[in-house]
Design a protein around this ligand. Structure first.
Ligand SMILES: [Zn+2]
Length: 84
């Protein structure tokens, strides 16, 4: 969690949608939080197969903790959007 896009997103979650580092887990989680895959899963209140596949293909066995990161980012992004 120390790349440039992550640092920017820490300060302002909405700017984090501009750049992602491929190899950065924080960026990957944030990227998913912005994605339609997560949007659909969150709206249906369940882990959709497509969303879980995306988590598993990026994070492997750590997908569950990655999902927690995605949720945390989604909350911060949502909160920032409401304020703006
Ligand atoms: Zn990053």
């Amino acid at each position: 969690m120390s790349c440039r896009p992550c640092a920017d997103a820490e300060a302002n979650p909405l700017t984090g949608s501009i750049g992602f580092e491929d190899k950065c887990d924080g960026c990957a989680a944030r990227s998913l939080a912005h994605s339609p895959l997560y949007f659909v899963a969150a709206r249906s209140g369940a882990l959709t197969p497509a969303y879980r596949d995306a988590l598993q293909s990026r994070f492997g066995r750590a997908w569950k903790s990655a999902h927690e990161q995605v949720k945390a980012w989604a909350q911060r992004i949502d909160h920032a959007r409401r304020k703006s």
